[in-house]
Design a protein around this ligand. Sequence first.
Ligand code: SAM
Ligand code: DTB
Ligand code: SF4
Length: 334
Amino acid sequence: MIKHDWTREEIAEIYAMPLLDLIYRAATVHRNNHDAQEVQVCKLLSIKTGGCPEDCAYCPQAARYHTEVETEALMKYSEVMSKALKAKEAGATRFCMGAAWREVRDNAHFDRVLEMVKGINSLEMEVCCTLGMLSETQAQKLKEAGLFAYNHNIDSSRDFYKEVISTRTYDDRLQTIDNVRNAGISVCCGGIIGMGEKTTDRVDMILTLATMPEHPESVPVNALVSVDGTPLEKQKRVPVWDMVRTIAAARITMPKAMVRLSAGRSQMSNMEQMMCFMAGANSIFAGDKLLTTPNPDWNDDAAMFELLGLKKRPAFKDMETPKVEGIVNSDVLI
Ligand code: SAM
Ligand code: DTB
Ligand code: SF4
């Protein structure tokens, strides 16, 4: 039985447990629901970088902030396919394409993304996209093309969200997540810590996720990567203890979810990452770049897997429904 009626008090109590007890409890839940040696390796690719009209205070891709990120056009199908193939060869089983868009528009660019989804699906990788807000029809089109998962984060609590973003609301976010869910796409939804939020905001963020009628299948926990030029450039690195607590709370409240140790690994030692895996994280983004910021390279991670005795989780593990095959339209293969 998966619990969906978590209360704020219960989650606050979990978050504040003595650390060793918290890790032990999270590790137990993890072992009861997953093979604790397995960690999924995912690859991110920014297919449309920078120039975004939104004002997310953490984001180096927002056009209004002066960061080092240069605006680039939507990548070509063939370039994306060759990156995906390389990622597969390096051992990634999930490929996530990110676009610095406020929302998806029904135009040739979206059509090209649909072809990319079909192409990557044909590589037998779990294909994920994060493209901003989506309508129900757009979600259905992505599903038909074979999209496996869609990433759309709630980022923080409803209260704190307003402090970080003014160009859209928390309800806009939840609406897109509903559209994704209704189209039968696997939901990837998590947040960022270290933006200046309080512990209660982290508890409320987990509460929102853990009381969804269906838990997200995937919960990324990002440590803020503070980027020069963004309003959050001066934020201090979040203590690893807070990452461990947030990951543990996500693992305990959403036992079946993949909990992803996402942004922030470049600043973490193997020992710190090990504590996150112990607390229930079972996925990482690999390769020397996240979307625009640095990440440990493939060799560092291979060495860490060796050191910790981890093995790579295969694609489509524990899937009930077979994957959808889309047929690539050769007209857009440019
Ligand atoms: N534009 C789309 C959107 O906002 O949904 C997709 C791309 S956006 C970059 C994907 C996610 O990356 C954001 O929701 C946020 O959680 C995370 N992110 C962005 N910048 C970050 C940063 N500096 N540190 C940590 N996470 C970050
Ligand atoms: C998520 O929660 N984290 C990833 C993925 N989903 C798309 C993105 C992290 C981005 C970090 C900042 C950057 O590299 O631009
Ligand atoms: Fe745009 Fe997404 Fe960055 Fe916000 S997080 S500025 S929506 S790319």
